[in-house]
Design a protein around this ligand. Structure first.
Ligand code: DMJ
Length: 619
């Protein structure tokens, strides 16, 4: 697809990437010399021609007799690498072979200043400690007032079972505690799982297949992996987590096996081992298509292919359905296997369909499931062509909706949930390696670069959705003043924001549920671009959570309205605040070798699942 469909010029993309591209000395000279203006003026007279010839001869002589700094660096690096002693790199002169060879593309180098670097590192380490303290505060509120319930009601200081009663917060929070090295929490949560979860799994009633898979099965699997690879693990034997994941999955599998099509029923009754459709008979497209990372990994660990087989049938079926340039309606029927309605959006009920296309492909790369990558590429093209627009007056790039399909009208509505997209686009562009490395190894296509640029623009928009409010916290939904749409007097309250007239926040959409999507994308974009502005943005979001959502007696609370001060609180701490939001913030401030993006994919609930490679031994 051409960049014409994007609301900004490809010049931006090329400019951005030219900054990372190292040119050879030869390219620099020839480019300068043949710049139109110089060429016109010099070549117009014979003295000019003579001087030009003289300059070329002089510079060629210099190149043949002096090593460039790039070659010196390469030589130095190679003495620590596998190419040690490469004779073609010679001090004081270079061979003709090397003269023609392109020097490697290296990221921009900062002048070495170790003490400065150290103080920057310790600044982020101390911010990371603050996130860890926030997690401890959230956990202690839950432990003291709601242990064993799904969620904490921090104002009422009690628990509530909103997710079927499997102690969802315990399981969702556990791998975050492992990553943070919080042994006490690991041991408390681990013991609860060992003592109570088996009984809950066999006796509890109705649960939602998607929510239970991403939070509970996903949490158990990543806890299994992390504890299994930690010799000082403080919880129960790692096998406890795997056994619980398997027992739960055996019951959840009914959701797939009792459906007449490849699309699973959304609700499962655990103690009966039965399943049924939601009251309206439909499943959310995102829910049916966001189960595969978990069941693929479970099949890998148990050696039983049934979990993966059922879950992958869904995506294989999705491949066969007619789509609108890769975009899909948000409802699907488990009875007919067909889409229902034509509402297209990347917010609720649509979001993680797009996320799992690329993540399942990454997880299963060795098995060559190229159809998933193809579906992802086509969907991103569809997003760029039909959903991406720019706001007025200040040009924020946003993703809107098509309530009546691609032939219907455009709505400039963007759920906070859509803020997963910048991270997913960045991951899809480089497959988890840094942009600098991908550029150096010439791995990025024009489209990857375009997607990366879009990811950065959208991440800015998601951040501005926070910065535009009085609390510094984003609403659940924002609208954007844009071509054909304008609304006044519904701003976020922060009069100093440059985007106060671009972003419209309707009264019904002003709540904040402590959601993770923006900090998730900031984390992935920081890992990939290494641009510290993403850490700074993450820090200001964290500070706003601290200021307005922290509850003295323990825990954090969702808010009713982010545009007023002080904001009213909602009395609910969602499990994903511990499972996702605080985990992504912690990882945003950590070294890139902690849960590297090249070795793990995060499920949609932020549980890291190892990428299965050919030489992966069964754990
Ligand atoms: C989480 O449960 C998951 O991230 C899901 O994909 C979307 N909604 C919530 C968090 O906002």
């Amino acid at each position: 697809m051409s960049s014409k469909t994007l609301p900004y010029s490809m010049k931006d993309v090329q400019y951005d990437n030219a900054k990372f591209r190292r040119r050879s000395l030869f390219q620099v000279i020839s480019h300068t010399f043949f710049t139109k203006k110089v060429k016109r003026e010099c070549m117009a007279c014979s003295t000019g021609k003579f001087l030009a010839l003289l300059m070329i001869c002089g510079l060629t002589y210099l190149m043949l007799t002096h090593a460039s700094p790039i070659h010196s660096i390469t030589n130095h690096v190679s003495s620590f690498g596998t190419h040690k002693g490469n004779n073609s790199i010679i001090y004081g002169g270079i061979g003709v072979r090397r003269f023609w060879r392109k020097p490697p593309r290296l990221p921009p180098r900062l002048s070495p200043d170790e003490s400065n670097n150290k103080s920057i590192a310790s600044e982020w380490t101390s911010k990371q400690e603050s996130v860890k303290k926030a997690f401890i505060h959230a956990w202690s509120g839950y432990k003291n007032h709601a242990m064993g319930y799904d969620e904490l009601m921090p104002l009422s200081k009690r628990g509530v079972d909103g997710l079927g009663g499997l102690g969802a917060t315990v399981v969702d929070a556990l791998d975050t505690a492992m990553i943070m090295g919080l042994d006490d929490v690991v041991s408390e949560a681990g013991s609860w799982i060992e003592q109570h979860l088996p009984e809950r799994i066999s006796h509890k009633g109705q649960v939602n297949l998607f929510e239970t898979t991403i939070r509970v099965v996903g949490g158990l699997l990543s806890s299994y992996h992390l504890s299994n690879s930690n010799p000082t693990n403080k919880g129960p034997k790692p096998s406890v987590y795997l056994e619980n994941a398997k027992n739960l999955a055996d019951r959840l599998l009914t959701g797939f096996t009792s459906s007449p099509t490849a699309i699973p029923f959304s609700d499962v009754v655990l103690h009966e081992r039965t399943a049924h459709a939601a009251p309206d008979g439909l499943s959310s497209t995102s829910e049916a298509t966001t189960l595969q990372l978990e069941y693929n990994y479970l099949s890998f660990l148990t050696g039983d292919p049934k979990y993966s087989a059922e879950a992958m049938k869904v995506l294989e079926h999705m491949k066969t359905l007619p789509k609108s340039e890769g975009l899909v309606p948000i409802y699907i029927s488990p009875t007919s296997g067909e889409f229902s309605g034509s509402n297209i959006r990347l917010g609720s009920r649509g979001d993680s369909y797009y996320e799992y296309l690329i993540k399942v492909w990454l997880q299963q790369r060795q098995s060559n499931r190229t159809y998933l990558h193809d579906m992802y590429v086509e969907a991103v093209k569809g997003v760029k062509r039909h959903l991406v627009r720019k706001s007025k007056p200040n040009g924020l790039v946003f993703v809107g909706e098509l309530p009546d399909g691609i032939d219907g009208g455009f709505s400039p509505k963007m759920d906070h949930l859509v803020c997963f997209l910048p991270g997913t686009l960045a991951l899809g562009a480089t497959n988890g390696i840094t942009k600098a490395k991908a550029m150096e190894e010439n791995l990025l296509t024009f489209e990857d670069l375009e997607n990366l640029k879009l990811a950065e623009d959208l991440a800015k928009t998601c951040f501005e959705m926070y910065a535009v409010t009085s609390t510094g916290l984003a609403p659940e939904i924002a609208y954007f003043n844009s071509e054909g749409y304008s609304e006044n007097g519904l701003d976020g309250g922060n009069k100093t924001s440059e985007y106060i007239h671009d972003i419209v926040i309707k009264h019904a959409d002003r709540h904040n549920l402590l959601r993770p999507e923006t900090v998730e994308s900031l984390f992935i974009l920081y890992r990939i671009t290494e641009d510290s502005k993403y850490r700074e943005w993450g820090w200001s979001i964290f500070e706003a959570f601290e200021k307005y959502t922290k509850v003295e007696s323990g825990g954090y609370s969702s808010l009713d309205d982010v545009t007023v001060l002080p904001p009213r609180r909602r009395d609910k701490m969602e499990t994903f605040f511990l499972g996702e939001t605080l985990k992504y913030l912690y990882l945003l401030f950590s070294d890139s070798n902690v849960i590297p993006l090249t070795e793990f994919v995060f499920n949609t609930e932020a549980h890291p699942i190892p990428i299965i490679t050919k030489d992966h031994q069964k754990e």
